[in-house]
Design a binder for this molecule. Sequence first.
Ligand SMILES: Cc1ncc(COP(=O)(O)O)c(C=O)c1O
Length: 394
Amino acid sequence: MSVFEAVPLDRLRERTSVKWRFFEPDVLPMWVAEMDVLPAEPITHAVHDAMLRGDTGYPHGTGYAEAFARFASDTWGAEVAVDRTALVSDVMMGAFELIRMLTPPGGSVIVTSPVYPPFHAYSRHAERSVVEAPLGDDLRLDLVAIEEACARVGGVADDGRARAVLLLCNPHNPTGTVHTRAELERLAAITAPYGVRVISDEVHAPLLFDAEFTPYWTVDPRGLSLTSASKAFNLAGLRTALVVGGDDTAADLAGIAEVVSHGPSHIASIAHVAAFDEGREWLADVLDGLRDNRALLARLLAEHAPTIRWRPGEATFLAWLDCRGTRVADPASAPDPGYIGLSTGPAKAFLERARVGLSAGEAFGTGGANHVRFNLGTRPDVIEEAVRRMGAVA
Ligand SMILES: Cc1ncc(COP(=O)(O)O)c(C=O)c1O
């Protein structure tokens, strides 16, 4: 039995986090990046034991970084220097703070749209301009567009900071694209002359199918990666994350303010350490279940919704569905990066007419119009019902 069949639908509906509570009960929630699984048992035990010991204080030491280092070495053959890491409360707050720290007010954040909507929103909240260098038609990085963006907004500010950073998503949410080592080396070479610093969000990296993952800190000595067990091990409610820097980032990491380093939860760190060290068999089962769900989605789309196109990515439980050829496509649909993004384009139609809750592609920026993001981390029967419903209106 797949890990995605362990929790019956009525028990999923009892969950109180956003996925199952945001919509009315007749809507199938296929949106936010939570998976409908039970946690790896070692995580449950580690948290339970910590509670029984009353170990509910502040985090201390480098245990999280050391556990991630073991995971990165065993999984990707990548070495982490523990003294070039810093704990932050979560991936996006880490990104937010790095943006604020590395660029001056009025600086820019280059994003490779269509990309995770908070990349736009958090950059704007940091009072930086969002500059898009959209993915190519092949859903891979467009290195020419990136170089043009660097030339336009890069350079060094009067206070010595970078005028721009590039916020990379590797693996890429929503497409599942895994950037190759060659692409990342080229990215490092392109950005360096313009003084553009790269912040790489690598939270989806443990969710890899048949691809090789290259952590950005291994190709760029000035690169800063962000990681966490939160996506792959389904621990979004247990908030902590890690910055991992390249060889030349010691000064950057030392500059992370106490207001940031104070954020991570100790209990969350205990959970994430158990995930990286003892959750690997569970992760392999999740990946097996996702492989099955991906095959199922391909089959169901062909059978029930042939106007929806999908090019499976190489990572993540997210499927980026191209609805441009469907009856619910909206010719006037325009990029509208909002936080949740449920109220435009095909996602709106699927919600209203099929009672399926999806993330609207329009929220992901340029390239997202008339696409929806579909979460495969759920029960196969839920996937089947969702696609049948979508097919009836697509
Ligand atoms: C690419 C990406 N980054 C960050 C996050 C959120 O991570 P956190 O909750 O640690 O900020 C998500 C969640 O879906 C994500 O997909």
